[in-house]
Design a protein around this ligand. Sequence first.
Ligand code: FES
Length: 677
Amino acid sequence: MPDGLKTTAFVVFLPSGRRGRFDVGTPILDCARALGVDIDSVCGGRGICGRCQVVVADGEFAKHGVTSRGDHISPRGEPENRFDERKGLSAERRLSCHALLWDDVVIDVPPDSQVHKQVVRKRAEVRDIQMDPAIRLHYCAVEEPDMHNPLGDFERLSAALRDQWGIENLEEIDIRVLHNLQTALRKGDWNVTVAVHRSTRITAVWAGFWDKAYGIAFDIGSTTIAAHLCDLSSGEVLASGGVMNPQIRFGEDLMSRVSYIMMNPGGEVDLTRVVREAVSQLAHDVIEEAGVHPTDVLNVTVVGNPIMHHLYLGINPIELGGAPFPLATNSSMTVWATEVDLNSINADARVYMLPCIAGHVGSDTAGVILSEEPHLRDDMTLVVDVGTNAEIVLGNRTTLLAASSPTGPAFEGAQISCGQRAAPGAIERLRINPTTLEPRFKVIGSDLWSDEGGFADETANTGVTGICGSGIIEALGEMLLAGILRTDGIIDGAAQALSPRIESDGRTFAYLIHAGDVSIRVTQNDIRAIQLAKAALYAGAALLMDKLGIDHVDRVVLAGAFGTHIDPKYAMIIGMIPDCGLDRVYAAGNAAGTGARIALLNQQSRDDIQRIVKTITKVETAVEPRFQEHFVKAMALPHADAPYPQLEAVVPELTTRRAALALETNAETGRRRRRPR
Ligand code: FES
């Protein structure tokens, strides 16, 4: 016990620096609460959950005028010893709910004890995620009923939540919770743990103490579905998984699925059923991998393009098949897991659908915005999410524009004669010697270049099987720089004089990369397919730049799996994106999925994105007359007339190639002018 002379003591919490004077004998947790210091708790100070752990700092803290020592708080008592026996409590750690203030002290709150801890993201250019999940667990003691108090069990539970947790705004109880409530209260001897959604709704109840809560973030793409299972207390990703979207059997791309529904009335039911089954199975798989219990999965977030969004919710997307492409809703939605047949998790879990932006720009783009936050920056950011459709966002903290551009599947290796998905054996990197026109390449599964010793051995199992999206982009870029490809996208037959790798292919030419079991060539048609895709992407971006009256962007974010593998230099050489400093081009990975994860871990972000999408100006590329004009000019490599000064500063060969085409074009124009009428 303290010496009895002191009646109050001074306490400083780190890292927040909050400080205050309290009566000697006050629990440290109560001091923290009074000062608004962020310390977690599920059990409400009963010494059960262990979330409130702190460390007493030892030494002189001149800045705070405090000498702090371990014995300035009460020694470990029975509850802490019991907790130590059950779950382990290291020697320097204390349960702040049971450690009493005895003398002036500095208290360190470790990150794992903070409710609003930061979940670190690997990329330096983005903010970490602050933990603030929509689902919180609260353990509370509920008053027993008696003859003189006619309140129902739910009303007494509400009163306990108000008194013990300050939860004032509970909405009326859901019948599904009432089904379990009375049993849980009696089984737990009037102690229960409840899951409260957004401080307003009880979504689950357990007898006694319970401290496990998980959530899953889904990204439902038209080709693949991805899932991340997260711990809602630490934010840690416990398991991730992905499956092909089984809707592919109804149509490769989105519009062919809408056509299927148009031609097969009622077909939307099948598309909804198969995607829900796949999502539920994927949830089962990640739950199993993480070894958690399905009933502890209490919250889900979902992003997807508008058609995936509608089909998952069981809404016929037929209206999205034609102008003006109206959505059933562009607001966020929260439904019960059972309403979307998500049967592999807790039936009382809430499923949050991020808001869509417009007819062709879905909640996947909302997810990308949450992840990349262009609206919080001063510099002008272009975000492109490259898939079968490219979603494009341009803006800064003043304004945000969004569009969708029909790039088709060429960037994913489809429509390319030797194209394949990124898998072992696929060429992913390529260089061409500008003198000999000989290629060297890397395939997925080996770190060696094809002209290095050991390459044949290393690739013996996989073989060299095709070329994936990043490989074809580099092939075009290198062919252009080596003079095999003209800037108008034509393979130059004159190069046949320099290398047998330039082969006649009917009336056009092809470039032979690899002769083996599978011969891999880039044909004129392949180049045409990439030109069409990249021109659509560039034209969409150019249209947004027009709207803002700008002629350059400050930074580019490449989202999507494709953006992770692509070399930004080659993306720029072929003119997928406008000129920009290469050190200002970032790969964001699955930013849409990250956005879903942010919405899962931080409830405030749900309100933020709902507000932001309402401020976004949607540009409909299909009805913009200038889109076609931009598209035609963007067919050239990198572009008919857009300047690329920053790129040319690091790739001077490009300047030479562009100048050569300009000369040819001028000569051609001159010949036409001189031609007698
Ligand atoms: Fe739960 Fe301290 S608040 S152990």
